[in-house]
Design a protein around this ligand. Structure first.
Ligand code: C5P
Length: 217
């Protein structure tokens, strides 16, 4: 069967990561987590003491940026930062810096080079619209805000120490940031298959995606 490039976009907490990883595993494809790249930029921006709206500072950070994946760990300038990029502060900073054109431009070539070989499931916000407009198959995975907040809440568990209300508020804020920015706003590609996972478990979502894959290979 000929290898596909599959794009999966959608808002925070819709289940993209779980579903993308399962789909990639079932198909024997590689998985590309582009959100991790924006988180990596945010991590370096914070380390450099640069403000999220300081475009000159952002450009400086991006120029020396050296992001790569090694066995699904995110390596930045030689250091494994995977353990530091999921905290709420970096999450919100990633959302803020991802609205800046200079950051999106810097990550565009990197994402395309990482996605050059097919047999790939690429996850993000603009995979189908901007980064891989020629993807063979595009999904837009959505779910209600309440449901997305609940899933995050359960994921974080006791260790997260965040209330459901707080998580829901953060998700609303990120939705607003991601959807309202001028460059590559979060929206389904014209040719995307939208799946609402509010009342579906991950297995069910993956099975539905597999039906579309099967019709192509
Ligand atoms: O998917 P994840 O939650 O890890 O993404 C973190 C942030 O990175 C998102 O809130 C979004 O602002 C940004 N992002 C983006 N474009 C992508 C992937 C992520 O703007 N392709």
């Amino acid at each position: 069967p000929h290898p596909l490039l599959i794009a999966i976009d959608g808002p925070a907490g819709a289940g993209k990561t779980t579903v993308s990883k399962m789909l990639a595993r079932d198909l024997g494809y590689r998985y590309l987590d582009t959100g991790a790249l924006y988180r990596g930029v945010a991590y370096e921006v914070r380390a450099a003491g640069v403000a999220a709206d300081d475009d000159a500072g952002l450009e400086r950070v991006c120029q020396t940026l050296q992001l790569e994946f090694r066995d699904s760990r995110l390596i930045s300038n030689g250091v494994d930062i995977s353990g530091c990029i999921r905290i709420p502060e970096i999450t919100m900073l990633a959302s803020a810096v991802s609205a800046r054109p200079v950051v999106r431009q810097a990550l565009l070539d990197l994402q395309r080079s990482l996605g050059r070989a097919k047999a790939l499931v690429a996850e993000g916000r603009d995979m189908g619209t901007v980064v891989f407009p020629d993807a063979d198959l595009k999904f837009f995975l959505d779910a209600s805000v309440r449901q997305r907040a609940l899933r995050r809440f359960e994921q974080y568990g006791e260790a997260g120490k965040q209330t459901l209300e707080r998580i829901e508020q953060e998700i609303r804020q990120r939705d607003a940031n991601d959807s309202s920015r001028d460059v590559a706003p979060l929206k389904p590609a014209d040719d995307a298959v939208t799946i609402d996972s509010t009342a579906m478990d991950v297995r069910h979502v993956v099975a539905k995606m597999m039906e579309h894959v099967a019709s192509l290979i």
